[in-house]
Design a protein around this ligand. Structure first.
Ligand code: NDP
Length: 331
């Protein structure tokens, strides 16, 4: 098996040289285990948090051990009761070409007619995050005006389309002209979040003079400050991510206008997908699966080729060079 490790916890934006490609002979399968040849690896912004050496809602990555992450592959050997050779599964043994795991740690693919890698994106963890954040955390109503940051990304692009199809007025932020054009082609008013808070505020007052009822937060920084300014009384903010902060070596000042949470009586709720989606997985697949399968929900992928590209694919998330879900395809 070939896999990536890190030997120290980086400060700031990681260098490519942080990631070491190692090789290891896998031991014989134990009772209950499966060996999986990975075909697709997922890289995700939250992985930066696991490189910080600090336990948050999840343990940090162990140093000099295979990194972990979402992956999809085919069972090539099995000593598990129900999993057999040829089965396609998703699991957390990513950042490597061959994974060996207990069969209880892998999941078979739901029966939905989509390309398999969709189960790492729009019908996987990021998709569940979008759906749970909007419906369960923000309790979205069709009369809401919704603002979504990083709206063309894996999570954001599903959140934006779900909100639009519910009948909401949707504003999405994205970092490039191409991404904003994609949003506008899907009925979403687009703004740029790579600007000062003042500039974002004025962009928001133009596209949403009626104010914002729900803010689906993915980026933090000036975007959050501008969103607070635009929120209506009793608005809800679902805090999904704050990617602009993940590479900060030292914490920067929070939004200057945070007291608006009080004066506007806002509800601001951070959430982690698996805690909210637990017990709702079938509802998610039933609601979103058909929309993806018949093309009513569109999703995009940026695909890097080959295990060696995994660190570059991961780092590209922080440059915004991905359109939709960032994936690595293995041969
Ligand atoms: P995306 O596909 O959205 O990729 C990340 C995007 O973030 C980039 O394409 C870029 O878009 C934007 N970005 C990168 N750096 C910055 C920056 N400094 N300031 C502003 N924007 C930046 O990733 P995901 O859809 O996988 O994740 C989106 C968010 O959701 C992340 O914050 C992630 O941590 C969070 N998340 C949270 C989960 C939870 O359970 N709470 C689960 C899954 C994801 P652009 O070019 O538009 O700037």
């Amino acid at each position: 098996s070939r896999y990536f490790t890190i030997s120290e916890y980086p400060e700031g934006l990681p260098e490519r040289s942080l990631f070491q490609l190692e090789t290891q002979e896998l031991p014989e399968l134990k009772e209950g285990e499966v060996r999986i040849r990975n075909q697709w690896l997922s890289v995700d912004p939250y992985m930066r948090g696991r490189m910080s050496g600090v336990k948050t809602y999840v343990e940090p990555f162990a140093l000099n051990k295979p990194l972990e992450g979402g992956a999809l592959g085919e069972v090539i050997e099995s000593r598990h009761q129900t999993l057999k050779q040829g089965d396609r599964v998703v699991h957390m043994g990513g950042w490597r070409d061959v994974a060996q795991l207990n069969g209880d740690q892998v999941q078979s693919l739901p029966d939905i007619d989509v390309p398999p890698q969709a189960f790492l994106g729009v019908l996987g963890m990021p998709g569940m995050t979008a759906w749970a954040g909007l419906t369960l955390v923000a309790e979205l109503k069709s009369s809401d005006t919704v603002l979504i940051s990083a709206a063309s990304g894996a999570v954001g692009s599903l959140a934006a389309q779900l909100a639009y199809q519910k009948g909401c007025t949707v504003i999405g932020s994205a970092g490039s002209q191409e991404k904003r054009e994609w949003l506008e082609a899907h009925g979403i008013k687009a703004i740029n979040h790579h600007q000062s808070a003042e500039e974002i505020k004025s962009a928001l007052s133009e596209v949403a003079p009626q104010g914002i009822d729900v803010y689906y937060e993915n980026v933090g920084g000036p975007m959050l400050e501008a969103a607070l300014d635009a929120m209506n009384d009793f608005g809800r903010i679902a805090v999904c991510g704050m990617i602009s902060r993940y590479n900060e070596a030292a914490p920067s000042a929070g939004p200057a206008n945070i007291s608006l949470v009080l004066t506007k009586r806002l509800r601001m709720q951070g959430f982690i997908v698996h805690e909210w989606v637990k017990g709702h997985e079938q509802t998610f697949y039933q609601q979103v699966g058909p929309l993806v399968a018949d093309g009513r929900i569109e999703y995009r992928e940026t695909v890097e080729e080959g295990l060696e590209q995994t660190p570059d694919a991961f780092l590209a998330l922080f440059e915004g060079s991905n359109q939709g879900k960032m994936l690595v395809r293995l041969d």
